[in-house]
Write a protein that binds this ligand. Structure first.
Ligand SMILES: [Zn+2]
Length: 327
């Protein structure tokens, strides 16, 4: 395994109780961090204060401890989180990044509602309604979108001639443990938003800014965030954040259940619920392992060479199903 990484992170959003899919992802993150000599930062994404509830923040600490998943940096309690780790404290960083995008001419104002975008879109992406409308960026109820269209002069090379040669929407993702993949910004990320209509930074922006701020050099996340990875790499150009392009990414398979992605809306999969049913952490790990083994995606051949299913009783055993055994 490659060494020399400094920091990775687990980054839950406290808008619901942690579920089996979260634990699966955190287990893989913690295991990769240990194998690479990296520390784990607990970053709680609470910018959307309207959806954040104290009980969900507390659930993050409780569940990580119950499941035995370690972290090295970040808050240890709700109080510590509120005193120094909330994203609210990093608002000046987000605002400064937004100013930079504005000064670079990399964004345009968009006054479309979500429903309007859906109605006008032919392919699931932003239809370009406001690209040339000159919507005032400081007006109320206006989101900021990054110019990503081929042919848009602002998107052409973003100051990097090598990039212009690749084509503006082709991005290179450094993959873990080595190598890289070139991919295009997907349709769903066309002119993606960096500031929401309520004026708050959007996830793509705050995530990049936070990772740069803490010096994250290894990002472990589910395959469902592949499009976000590309959007965030795209942002690194107008943000002049070359360091972000050196980050290694590991996109793990998703835990599925009967073809359905486990989600927070499925309350029965929350760890809190399973605990109340009397399950131990070891039993919950066994349950997740069953999901992994019973699913062609997460339990694929790469994982089959790993630990025996019956032995999975902790996060390291679970991660070995996906990563293979090896220290
Ligand atoms: Zn618009």
């Amino acid at each position: 395994m490659s060494m020399g990484y400094k920091l990775t992170r687990i980054a839950p959003t406290p808008s619901g109780y942690l579920h089996l899919g979260n634990v699966f992802s955190f287990a893989i993150t913690a295991a990769l961090a240990r194998r690479c000599g990296a520390e784990v930062l607990l970053r709680i994404d609470d910018l959307d204060r309207g959806r954040v509830q104290r009980e969900y923040v507390e659930d993050i600490f409780e569940t990580l401890r119950f499941m035995g998943i370690p972290w090295d940096r970040g808050p240890l309690s709700f109080d510590e989180f509120e005193r120094g780790w909330s994203q609210v404290y990093r608002m000046p960083l987000y605002l400064s990044a937004l100013s930079r995008l504005r000064e670079a001419g990399a964004v345009f104002g968009c006054s479309c509602s979500r429903a309007e975008v859906l109605r006008a879109s032919r392919d699931g992406g932003y239809p370009g309604t406001c690209v040339a409308r000159g919507v005032e960026l400081d007006a109320a109820e206006v989101s900021w979108r990054v110019r990503t269209r081929p042919g848009d002069p602002a998107a052409a090379d973003l100051g990097d001639p090598a990039r212009a040669a690749m084509g503006p929407e082709v991005l290179r993702v450094k993959t873990f443990p080595e190598g890289s993949v070139e991919a295009r910004l997907p349709v769903e990320m066309r002119d993606f938003a960096v500031r929401k209509r309520d004026g708050l930074p959007a996830y793509q922006l705050s995530s990049v800014v936070d990772d740069l701020h803490y010096g994250v050099d290894l990002i472990v996340r589910g395959e469902d965030l592949w499009a976000s990875t590309l959007a965030q790499l795209y942002l690194s150009y107008p943000l002049d954040a070359g360091a972000f392009r050196d980050v290694r990414f590991y996109h793990h398979p998703l835990l599925t259940s009967g073809g359905e992605k486990l989600s927070k809306s499925a309350g029965a999969t929350s760890i809190q619920y399973l605990r109340r049913q009397g399950m131990s952490a070891a039993e919950i790990y066994g349950l997740i392992a069953q999901e992994v083994a019973g699913d062609g995606g997460a339990g694929g051949p790469a994982g089959a060479g790993g630990a025996a299913l019956a032995d999975v009783r902790d996060w390291e055993g679970l991660a070995a199903l996906v990563l293979g055994v090896g220290r």
